[in-house]
Design a protein around this ligand. Sequence first.
Ligand code: 5RP
Length: 232
Amino acid sequence: MTADEQKKAAAIRALEYVKPGMKLGLGTGSTAEHFVRALGEKVAQGLDVVCVPTSERTGKLAASLGIALSNLDDTPHLDITVDGADELDRDLRLIKGGGGALLREKIVATASERMIVIADASKVVERLGDFPLPVEVIPFGAAVTARRIAEVAGQFDCTGKLSRRADEYGEPFFTDSENFIYDCTFGEIPDPDGLAAALNLIPGVVDNGLFIGIAALAIVGMPSGTDIIEKT
Ligand code: 5RP
């Protein structure tokens, strides 16, 4: 299977965890999109679920497929969130935010009984950090916040370039919450748990793309079939 076929296979397997009447969080990105489309087919056949999307983009897609949508104010407790990842390790620690939705993704995932990650095989790594870590920062004083991020990361043996994300026109990229993202090219992150906690203490940092202790299960599309990684 190609990487995209692996994403789709993982997404379709995730449907096995969805039961009628459930409240679901819908992730963002190409893998999550496969799940939303597959879910849309089930809804068209009569499956009754209510979903909270993690981005405007996912919300639009889900609405176009006739999926009933809600928000966390009206639906604060979700059964399952199904979302992709940029990297995951065998302890189900993740890097997310390649699509810029990390903040809402983390809020929705932690409002869920269970976060299920769906991914192609290339996303599974021994150590996190090859994928640049996204850190969401409020625009006010962003350059100062970025310097502080670099200092704090250095205390965790993470050094490298911090680049403010740009859109396809070279303009600053804004998240759905009107913030900036700094992509931090640290390479291997020796202590993801410590770094995740320390980054979020910096004034101006809204959140970072390390998801620690949040995912309960991952479904990984393989060259043939799918594998499950479960929390031990
Ligand atoms: C978006 C994300 C995505 O889940 C992550 O970037 C993976 O994307 P894709 O499924 O397209 O590979 O975190 O913010």
